[in-house]
Design a protein around this ligand. Sequence first.
Ligand SMILES: Cc1cc2nc3c(=O)[nH]c(=O)nc-3n(C[C@H](O)[C@H](O)[C@H](O)COP(=O)(O)OP(=O)(O)OC[C@H]3O[C@@H](n4cnc5c(N)ncnc54)[C@H](O)[C@@H]3O)c2cc1C
Length: 504
Amino acid sequence: MIIWRLSRACFRLRGGRPRRAVFDCVEVMGLILVNAFTKFQFPTPEECENTMNHTDPRQDVIIVGAGLAGLKAALELKQAGKRVTVLEARDRVGGRSMPGEIAGQTIDLGGQWVGPQQTLLLDQANTLGVKTTPQYTTGASLLSLDGKLSSYRSDIPRLPFLSLLELGRLERRWAKEMRSLPTTAEPWLAVKAKQWDSETLESWILKHVHTRGAREFARTIARAVLCAEPRQVSYLCFLEYLRQGQGLETLIGTQGGAQQDKFIGGAWRIPERMAEQLGGGIVLNAPVLAVEQNGQYVTVTTEGRKYTAPYLIMAVPPVLAGKIGYNRPLPSKRSALLERMPMGSVIKIHVAYQSAFWRQRGLNGAVVSNDRIFNVVFDQSLDDNGMGVLVGFIDGDHAIAMSAHDETARRQQVITDLVHYFGQDAANPIDYVEQDWTAEPWSRGCYVAHTAPGVITSFGDTLREPCGRIHWAGTETAIEWTGYLEGALQSGMRAAREVIAAQR
Ligand SMILES: Cc1cc2nc3c(=O)[nH]c(=O)nc-3n(C[C@H](O)[C@H](O)[C@H](O)COP(=O)(O)OP(=O)(O)OC[C@H]3O[C@@H](n4cnc5c(N)ncnc54)[C@H](O)[C@@H]3O)c2cc1C
């Protein structure tokens, strides 16, 4: 309108009608003023701040989450010459890998063990100068089954003869069934996927395992590895977890298994050093609230800031990815999956004593129990001579129940259980440290997400599928060792590769 009036004024001037031209010019100025007042809106204080704080849009990739998956993706992208910003909700990096201290000894409040099969993690640690030390295994382990305490010297506890026979058969059956799953981590494509995903692990146990000892052992295993009750987990989900962890023996094993070694000084040093290697580009205390995909860019909103880049890697637990707002809604199948991948429940507890008194009695400090609340325990002492430290877990339903109590009540329960296992020597610890992962708002539980029946076969195929410019990482999306530090690294590498390929 304004342009039309201006060109008409010029035309009238050239045509020798100056009075009409002046009239047109006045009209134009009036129009400009009206437009300015009616269309211009003052930005809200929030918009002002957002505009001021908009980061450099020349970033190539934004990564949400500075756990091992997000950090690995960032390092891979940096190595490929990409500019990366990592946004982390907490005031520290590492996520489910977290430092702690008991009586002056550094400890892992989150992930800690590594097995010889976990080569990405071992290589990563080696590159960063983080060394391993074997888990202490000298001596006998303890089993507390239905109130009865016994000791054993292998990874399989001493059970009644028939239970042991059945347990052997069960292990062989699980090994065979897990081998029938695709090695590409697409369990929904398995020939028996629908059948195995139509029941819980508990209903499967009730149908196929008959002795009490073998049943209880199977249930304890599920609780120990997934921190969830067998009635909450689909049988297909459990089998896929076994497959990713190379079978039951490897998953629960110490020598030759996933608990063979620990990291000297703590596994948490790995993400810490990865962050140092990145040399900047990590924004802490920056919970991502919303993600907008517009044309060629993704814009991410944190409290008071916006970040823009062509691609985004979401490296947070599924349940938290589902809480973020998306301007272009995720495909309904994908949303449905995020809403149906709850985390397990676990409280990790360290207890320190003047000495590792159990070692002097020929025990290695390891305990498995079906009848106690503090039901999985390991030795965490540095050596034979100094302070003794035990580390263990309260998991599944027990974790939810104990989370509702205060620390004094939990401590009392833990010490009571330790006295049941190790006798009165365990009654007087010198220090106690706990980490309740069910209460962590930026994890919402641990170690890993699981799925109930029907979820994998209905929605599972969207697990790693990019949604526009959003790519997915995090241990839950791993192809091997989901739930572990190894799986987190592997998922970060895969997501980085996807983004590099998409940018070509
Ligand atoms: C008690 C315990 C014991 C374990 N034991 C072992 C073990 O012995 N060996 C082993 O290999 N693994 C173990 N694990 C599992 C291992 O720690 C995890 O698999 C791994 O750390 C997951 O890494 P990740 O990067 O996928 O996710 P995370 O570590 O969860 O990282 C995700 C990050 O995203 C951040 N975040 C979440 N939401 C947002 C948001 N909206 N905006 C910004 N940031 C956000 C979180 O703060 C977090 O830092 C254990 C875990 C726990 C808790």
